[in-house]
Design a protein. Structure first.
Length: 551
């Protein structure tokens, strides 16, 4: 059995640099504490060479030339560690979240997939670099030995089986993380390495240092044995960024969103997953009172602008391309922009299985669903999200009772054409349903709905429509059928009650100034002298309307 340990040195600083790659080549000091006393808790190599030391105050660190000072970002640390776990799960299903900067992988059974332990360590190092980490990696047959070696030696360290104690003996005893009292005792004894600690008699060490001394002795000899505490993989991925200055325009915001989406998609790719749902959360800058809209023209009452902007985008198909996801987000944000400048960005993705390629020898080639998604987003920006999608009938008798649902392409596309079978006589018979050719007697009438319904002026005689006029049409009623009374939803505010008529109109000579455009809009042509329409009287509004025309 073999284990590999991944250690991220100076983890707090690397978590900040991962969110701001521009700081990678600059001197950076990380501070934490109260507003009155903030001290340096982390720094990179460039800041150390400039003279900055740990435990310095923020004002002292700023005196050493061009030093970038950042506050400790616990949110970024949490996200960076989640990304580190994703890297581990991309190779092995057995991962332990050992410490805030260390994970351990079980390599049992992975040689056939990824090769030797050294090649696996190299693959992990490359993946960590793509995620924005500088790591130290070590492999060993002992779990704790792998952890100690990764924390003590730079680069990739491969410890052969049975040689753990030799290499671990070179590790400083302080790497075992003893308590302050034990550390001082070991220093007084002159014990500075793990080899010196392993050479001490365990019985006397137990008498003087207790159980902690026995545990440190086992680690120094690389003989400790324990079971891994496995971490549970998550299907929710999140990236965040806090901004020093608020961003009010879409163009600079798109640059930041692209960076976060790139990190998010890289983590998803490590787990062989794609994004099924994208959630966007912006923390907005507080607006000035002059920018707050009034309600009911009351100068003493203001409606506060929300401080949080949240949107959820359900993708028609799972996507893992950060470029296409960015285009999709920008289109949605242009159609529904945040009401105030953005101070903090939080992007989250709910993982789903990635879309597989279209299969089936006889299936027609369909358009790329990702391109369809972008096209729908562009249409929604032009005409509104409520005006595109797939219609669904509602469980109601209300005329035109339907709603628009989000268009989702069929993922289980199959070949609808059935195979051809041969009859016993050798003739080919298609396994399809019988189709009869329609004749003139079988023709059916189509109904063309006017949306919205056209307002009409109706002259009623003896309870029946006699003359009708509406935009583009004017004439007398030569035949009428009705009324058909309908009502519903009386328990709600939008109750309806109508009387419908089917009427045939003999057109009068239309007005030349109104006819061309309005007749074209209502589907009436200049040739026919008669037309059949559906008319209804709205009892609630006490008005007449034309619902549509029969073709």
């Amino acid at each position: 059995m073999a284990f590999v340990s991944i250690f991220v040195p100076n983890f707090m600083v690397q978590a900040v640099v991962r969110s701001e790659p521009g700081l990678r080549d600059r001197a950076l000091a990380l501070v934490d504490g109260t507003s009155s006393i903030q001290t340096v808790i982390g720094l990179n190599e460039a800041a150390s060479k400039a003279g900055v030391k740990l435990a310095m105050t923020k004002s002292q660190a700023q005196q050493f030339g061009e030093i970038e000072v950042r506050h400790r970002a616990r949110t970024q640390e949490k996200i960076a560690y989640a990304a580190l776990l994703d890297l581990g799960w991309s190779v092995s299903p057995r991962v332990e979240d050992t410490a805030a900067d260390t994970i351990v992988l079980d390599l049992a059974g992975l040689a056939g997939l990824f090769g030797s332990e050294e090649s696996i360590a190299g693959k992990l190092a490359e993946g960590a670099t793509r995620l924005g980490f500088t790591t130290q990696i070590a492999t060993a047959s002992n779990l704790d030995a792998a952890i100690l070696a990764s924390r003590a030696f730079a680069g990739i360290t491969v410890i052969p089986a049975g040689k753990e104690s030799i290499l671990i003996g070179k590790v400083p005893a302080s790497a075992l993380s003893p308590s302050m009292e034990v550390r001082e005792t070991l220093e007084r004894w002159g014990v500075h390495t793990c080899a010196a600690l392993a050479a001490l008699p365990v019985l006397q060490l137990s008498e003087r240092l207790g159980q902690e001394g026995v545990r440190l002795h086992e680690w120094a000899r690389a003989r400790s044995t324990r079971a891994m505490v496995l971490a549970q993989p998550a299907i929710y991925f999140e990236e965040a960024m806090e901004l020093e200055h608020a961003v009010a325009e879409i163009e600079p915001l798109s640059f930041l969103l692209g960076r976060l989406l790139g990190q998010l998609c890289a983590r998803l790719a490590k787990r062989s997953l794609a994004a099924g749902v994208i959630r966007v959360r912006f923390e907005l800058e507080p607006s000035l009172e002059v920018d707050i809209p009034l309600i009911n023209d009351d100068p003493h009452y203001y409606r506060p602008v929300p401080s949080i902007y949240e949107r959820t985008f359900c993708l028609a198909v799972p996507m893992g391309d950060s470029t296409k996801l960015l285009k999709l987000l920008i289109l949605h944000l242009q159609a529904d922009a945040p009401p105030a400048p953005v101070l903090k960005i939080i992007l989250a993705a709910e993982a789903a299985r990635p879309r597989v390629s279209q299969g089936g020898l006889f299936c027609p080639i369909s358009p790329d669903p990702e391109k369809v998604e972008l096209t729908l987003a562009r249409l929604a920006k032009l005409v509104g999200a409520a005006n595109i999608g797939s219609p669904e009938l509602l469980d109601t008798h209300r005329p035109e009772g339907f709603r628009m649902l989000r268009f989702v392409p069929n993922r289980d596309s199959v070949d609808t054409r059935r195979p051809v079978r041969r009859s016993s006589s050798g003739k080919e018979a298609a396994m399809t349903e019988k189709v009869e050719i329609s004749t003139e007697k079988d023709c059916k009438t189509a109904f063309r709905v006017f949306r919205p319904a056209l307002a009409a002026r109706v002259e009623v005689r003896q309870g029946c429509p006699a003359r009708v006029a509406f935009p583009g049409v004017r004439g007398r009623v030569v035949a009428a059928s009705g009324p058909w009374r309908g009502s519903g939803d009386w328990w709600s505010e939008d109750a309806w009650q109508t009387e419908e008529w089917d009427i045939e109109i003999h057109f009068d000579a239309p007005s030349p100034s109104r006819l061309p455009e309005q007749i074209e809009n209502t589907g009436v042509k200049a040739g026919p002298q008669r037309g059949v329409y559906r008319l209804f009287y709205d009892l609630t509004r006490q008005e007449w309307f034309v619902r549509g025309a029969y073709d």
